[in-house]
Design a protein around this ligand. Structure first.
Ligand code: TYM
Length: 346
């Protein structure tokens, strides 16, 4: 069989996943998994650039794995793994960091935004975050990276670093392309439709979570901020209604012209009622499947262990090549005594 092009992508387990994660990432992952060799990771190393409560991080890592599966990721076909289970990610990060200019990281919009949001914790990890993301992608020699619009700048840095490495050390990395969907690449807040929908928004009504109950969905859609006018028409200068139309498209598969023809001048209330109903029906099986899978923790741990093994196989191969190219002496094979080192006294 001809080799399929390779995909890598990931989501941080730093909160509950939103409909934005679905439209910008998961939906496209599922659509591409038949035709690509896919590596889907849970980006826990990225998550700790913002303070996380350890037990909560562990739980959310499992929540995220269960949601990947509930949304349709097939663990037989695609490799599903946790970023921190593959140490090559941090190892490659160091090598790439030594090729990255301070200015390149300083320019990143997400860094600027997050440093304002977390003024008391502007750490070096947050600064180096896009270098870790480049390492994630380049380790798997990914051809395509399906992400939402907010990650485009990080993809450009990744491509630059890959080209720079290849220039200094010889052809090593494939140059990855972003895959940003034509619709749904940036789902907006339901309360402030000029702002991206974000899982960390303090206003609960602004965010639609994939695991929301029918009552949550009803309430949030009813309260969603719309624009002046009453026509159901997709226009960029009317971000509130445009956002809701995209959500209706995602929930029903209908095209924008079909939606406009269906609702036209029916009014916001009628459209919102239909949207809430469509989202409830669309999210119901995802939520039910999520609850079922989340209850089977042993199964999740087993899948992630198998995923880590498959991911490492590919990652280790690339890292070995990189280490050779950079000029590191071949590492000796070490044998340990097997003694257990404990941090407990006595
Ligand atoms: P993260 O965890 O913020 O988001 C995960 C993915 O979901 C997309 N997304 C959205 N798309 C549309 N509308 C929204 N409102 C919305 N919110 C989130 C994001 O664009 C992203 O695709 N750095 C990454 C995680 C990461 C990664 C990687 C991605 C780490 N290493 C390697 C790809 C390849 C991040 O923080 O995404």
């Amino acid at each position: 069989m001809a080799q399929r092009p390779v995909i890598l992508s990931g989501i941080q387990p730093s909160g509950k996943l939103t409909i934005g994660h679905y439209t910008g990432a998961l939906r496209n992952w599922v659509a591409l998994q038949d035709s690509h060799e896919c590596y889907f990771m849970i980006a826990d190393l990225h998550a700790i650039t913002v303070r996380q409560e350890p037990e909560q991080l562990r739980q959310r890592t499992l929540d995220t794995a269960a949601l990947y599966l509930a949304c349709g990721i097939d663990p037989q076909q695609s490799v599903l793994f946790v970023q921190s289970h593959v140490p090559e990610h941090t190892q490659l990060t160091w090598v790439l960091a030594c090729l990255t200019g301070m200015g390149e990281c300083q320019r990143m919009t997400q860094f600027k935004e997050k440093s304002l949001q977390h003024r008391h914790n502007v750490n070096v990890g947050l600064f180096a975050y896009p270098i870790l993301m480049a390492a994630d992608i380049l380790l798997y020699q990914a051809d395509l990276v399906p992400v939402g619009a907010d990650q485009k700048q990080h993809l450009e840095l990744t491509r630059n670093l890959a080209e720079r490495f290849n220039y200094y050390y010889g052809e090593t990395f494939r140059i990855p392309e972003p895959y940003i969907p034509p619709l749904g690449a940036k789902i907006m807040s339901l309360q402030e439709p000029t702002k991206k929908m974000s899982k960390s928004d303090p206003n609960e009504n602004a965010v639609l979570f994939l695991t929301d109950t029918p009552e949550d969905i009803q309430r949030k859609i009813r309260k969603a901020v719309t624009d002046s006018g009453r026509e159901i028409r997709y226009e960029e200068q009317r971000p509130g209604i445009a956002n809701l139309i995209v959500l209706y498209h995602v929930a029903t598969g209908k095209s924008i012209p079909e939606i406009e023809a269906e609702f036209g001048s029916a009014g916001y209330a009628t459209f919102k009622a239909a949207l809430a109903e469509a989202l409830i029906e669309f999210l119901r099986p995802i939520r039910e499947e999520y609850l079922r899978l989340r209850a089977a923790e042993d199964h999740l741990h087993n899948l992630l262990a198998e995923g880590a093994r498959r991911a490492r196989e590919r990652a280790a191969h690339t890292l070995q090549l990189v280490y050779e190219r950079v000029g590191f002496l071949k590492a000796p094979v070490l044998e340990f005594s097997g003694a257990v080192v404990s941090n407990q006294r006595g």
